[in-house]
Design a protein around this ligand. Sequence first.
Ligand code: ZN
Ligand code: MN
Length: 489
Amino acid sequence: MKEGWEAVIGMEIHAQLATETKIFCGCATSFGHDPNSNTCPVCLGLPGALPVLNEMVVEYGAKAALALGLNINETSVFSRKNYFYPDLPKGYQISQYDKPFSSDGQLTIMTSERDESGRAVDWRPLTIHIIRMHLEEDAGKNVHEGLPETDKYSYIDLNRAGTPLGEIVTAPDFRSSWQAYDYVNHVRRVLQWVGASDADMEKGNLRCEANVSVRKIGQEEFNNKVELKNLNSVRFMQKAIEYEIERQIAAHEAGEGVAQETRLWDEKNNRTRVMRSKEDAHDYRYFPEPDLQPLVVTPEFIAQMKAEMPELPDAMRDRFIETYGLSFADASLIVGDKALAEYYEKTAQASGNPRTSANFILSELLRELNNSGKTAAASPVPAENLAALIKTLDAGKINNNQAKEVLVEMFASGRSAAEVISAKGFEQISDPAAIAAIIDEVINGNPNQVNAYRGGNDKLFGFFVGQVMKASQGKANPKIVNELLKSKL
Ligand code: ZN
Ligand code: MN
């Protein structure tokens, strides 16, 4: 960013809550069905149809709120947000306005700027204020077909109308595009982690908007902000914010000023462009939804939701660093996926070697998982089997390279470590009696060398080691061979 300027960024995320049915009716929320097949009089907005709140929305909403450090309000109120658009059958959206479901959250995320190659350079904590997360219904979808100059058709698919959303709004606490990027990824991960949302941007069940302005460092008041919409991925969002920061600084410096407007990210040309100006701003004429009671949650319900919360990824990362001596980078990678984190902890405990467990999982296992397009949850090598392999390695029965080769074969075949080791003939001979028998044979078979060694030719020791290894087909444990040879010679 140009010296002397700072960016001021606030984020709005719409996350689809993971319910099987819609927020106010029993229609399925599933993705990819025939247009308008998952609809009923309630979500079509037919006269006389009445909404009934889906209890699971409250449960997932509570878990999302707790995962984001928000306070759940005992009473919240649904309101009608009035506007006209073809995908909104009732002419209003049931949302929440002055009394949201949850509010006033403190959230600490890890964030870093990136170098030219996109690598994080300096991870550090950033605490931001989340103003609110309210509950609301989604609208339907307009589908446009055909070229403007030929016949053009527009369709409306109301399968998505009435899908439950949590709208998460932050204070303007971000100062760079990468902070906003790390925030969205943090939110996605914790929502998935607690099961509140699939948070899959490709399927549109996590959508984000950024409010961006710039000001001179030291200036207190905000300049006009631009709302960035239709950001289809976290990376596009970061690029759009970065572009917007530079554009606005240049406009201020040229004395042109910045118009308060909504802009889109133009992926083809790598720039933002105007979608609508402030003059189109809506007056939503909010008023309480008369067909729904205020939503009251009891302290017991909130306590129960808290009790059901899993350990969150950042807490787990810190515990792995503390308990298992992992580096920040390794622990962060491991908690990148909940199933992987659980897999790691099982392996570390069963093998008694947390360090080697992390090494094998992050290099060998992740490579095999990536190559086969599998997730840790579907690993053909269960954690117990990997732990058994690490124990065999630690006992000196196989070496590190053999262990890696064995793991690849375990992954491909689903067989246990012991089975693969014996099939490959990697099992070392560590039984002192068996090794002693081989040594006796070698000593008896080479009387001249024995005499020379005993006469002071120390260099011959290597010859005996070589003969014993050869006689055991390379399987004798070298440490035991050395010890026994010394005593017998
Ligand atoms: Zn319905
Ligand atoms: Mn909304």
